[in-house]
Design a protein around this ligand. Structure first.
Ligand SMILES: NC(=O)c1ccc[n+]([C@@H]2O[C@H](COP(=O)([O-])OP(=O)(O)OC[C@H]3O[C@@H](n4cnc5c(N)ncnc54)[C@H](O)[C@@H]3O)[C@@H](O)[C@H]2O)c1
Ligand SMILES: O=C[C@H](O)CS(=O)(=O)O
Length: 474
């Protein structure tokens, strides 16, 4: 077995060891390939103190623009190395991993540009009787110390979606990446350090999520929590944060509607790819497909045919479309949910097979909405097909969910599309694509139990700043 590379905590611009470490597993071989430091409370306290102290040192918008731009350039230079790290720690196939690095570069560039566009506005207080001699305007000022807590599945770009707008807006950040996929975050911190980010503007504390979460939540100097992850943890953070700012990007059981007038080639390809990318471990991954009764048999046949063309296997192989899930335990969980659905009367028309942590792309029909594979977030390569006759019926079925992140709708009927735009309860509705569409400068975030707040650098900056009013009595 190759040497296990040791990684340290990044606090106050320095790399610091802890007395305990945690292994990071290669998700294909299931063997350790790295070890991270396991932070103790004193490390988190030091990280918050460093972040708070850094706010006192001027760091202009143009300097932030330069650092973020430099990191984008450095990440481009290290593109293959970062992609290979994603393959190891996520199990994400190399083609998809390279795509994530490319998106992270875009998120950095967008954030750099947005650092130059943060502004307030004039307020015409003089229009009020008695205020004729006053002038007023607002300023956008940084929140201060922000704790960013991120999930395992897209560990580079989703980290960028938190730390880059936070830094662009003049904040300091303590990042707590997933202990399952922390290495790219530590490597990203190296690039920020090389790019000249002032000490204390970014800390990366690795270790036990609940422990570090508690220590951050206990610390009143942390003024905002930006969390991406499960509903369960999001609720915990919301409860403990008190009146501090909280941004939550949570789960979903994404629906996509395939109407009888759609472009079937387009719908089959997009639903197939966006059901099984990253082994379905994507918050907007297609999970529930609603197909009009008139085309259901044809659509199911073609989706099965397309799905069985995917190459399942070694994520290092350029031919591989679907690699292992994040753990053996998660693959066994998904296997159990599928079996439970079949025992309850669902029909398995493709997949349903597990090989270690590899779970083959799976299609179910004859489902009931109360089955786990429909009602809960599968977060795995499983898609269920349901049918409908009427438009109101399918909108009701889509909305019959505690979640509301994004949904898709394949139709050429503009009236249907606009009715759905008004009535489907989601943060984003994607017409003529599946639910799993995202580009990094668009507003992104859900309603109901999918969270609160929007990401996308300019939208995150709004949430990571306060609008301060200044009134001058001349
Ligand atoms: N809406 C989005 O943009 C989005 C994006 C990606 C993933 N997700 C969601 O994330 C989930 C999958 O990711 P996951 O398994 O890493 O989620 P998770 O909630 O298990 O973990 C997310 C992060 O929280 C940390 N954590 C765990 N317990 C904690 C606690 N008690 N206090 C503070 N932090 C704690 C983890 O270490 C990790 O860093 C899915 O529900 C998925 O839908 C949402
Ligand atoms: O898992 C959810 C992610 O937010 C989807 S994306 O990688 O940002 O498109």
């Amino acid at each position: 077995m190759g040497a296990v590379q040791q990684y340290k905590l990044f606090i106050d611009g320095k790399w610091e060891q802890a007395d305990q470490t945690m292994e990071v597993i290669d998700k294909f071989t299931l063997k350790p390939f790295a070890a991270i430091a396991k932070a103790r409370r004193q490390h988190v306290t030091a990280a918050v103190q460093s972040a708070h102290a850094a706010l006192k040192t001027p760091f202009s918008p143009f300097e932030r623009y330069k650092v973020l731009s430099k990191v984008a350039q450095l990440l481009q230079e290290h593109r293959e190395d970062f992609a290979n790290t994603l393959v190891l720690e996520v199990g994400k196939p190399i083609r998809e991993s390279l795509g994530e690095v490319d998106r992270a570069i875009q998120t950095l560039i967008i954030s750099a540009e947005e650092a130059k566009r943060i502004h307030g506005e004039g307020v015409p207080v003089e229009a009020a009787a008695g205020s004729e001699k006053r002038i007023a305007f607002t300023m956008r000022v940084p929140v201060g110390v922000i704790a960013a807590i991120t999930p395992f599945n897209v560990p580079l770009n989703l980290v960028c979606h938190k730390i880059c707008p936070a830094i662009a807006a003049g904040n300091s950040v303590i990042l707590k990446p997933s202990d399952l996929t922390p290495i790219v975050s530590l490597k990203l911190a190296e690039l920020f350090s090389e790019a000249g980010l002032p000490s204390g503007r970014l800390q990366v504390v690795t270790g036990d999520g609940p422990e570090i979460g508690t220590w951050l939540l206990d610390n009143e100097q942390v003024r905002m929590f930006s969390f991406t992850g499960s509903l369960r943890v999001g609720q915990l953070i919301r409860q403990k944060a008190g009146i501090r700012k909280v941004a939550l990007e949570l789960g979903n059981n994404s629906a996509t509607i395939v109407h009888k007038d759609c472009n079937m080639d387009q719908a089959v390809e997009m639903v197939a790819v966006k059901s099984f990318n990253n082994s379905g471990q994507v918050c907007i991954s297609v999970q529930r497909v609603f197909v009009h009764e008139d085309i259901k048999a044809e659509f199911a046949r073609r989706l099965k045919e397309r799905t069985e063309q995917f190459v399942v296997g070694n994520p290092h192989d350029k031919q591989t479309d679907i690699g292992p899930m994040i753990s053996l335990k998660e693959a066994e969980r998904v296997e159990g949910w599928v079996q439970e659905a079949v025992d309850q009367g669902a029909s398995l028309i493709s997949g349903g097979k597990r090989d270690g942590a590899l779970y083959y792309p799976t299609i179910l029909t004859d489902i009931k909405p109360e089955m786990k594979v429909c009602r809960q977030e599968v977060f795995g390569p499983v898609v269920s097909i349901d049918t409908y006759q009427e438009i109101d019926e399918v909108i009701h079925k889509v909305n019959d969910s505690e979640y509301g992140l994004q949904a898709g709708l394949f139709t050429n009927d503009l009236a249907f599309a606009m009715k759905a735009a008004k009535e489907i309860e989601v943060g984003g509705l994607i017409i003529n694509d599946a639910s799993a569409y995202r580009v990094d400068h668009m507003p992104y975030g859900g309603v109901k139990n999918s969270g609160t707040g929007k990401e996308g650098p300019s939208y995150a900056i709004e949430e990571m700043t306060e609008e301060k009013l200044i009134v001058i009595n001349l």
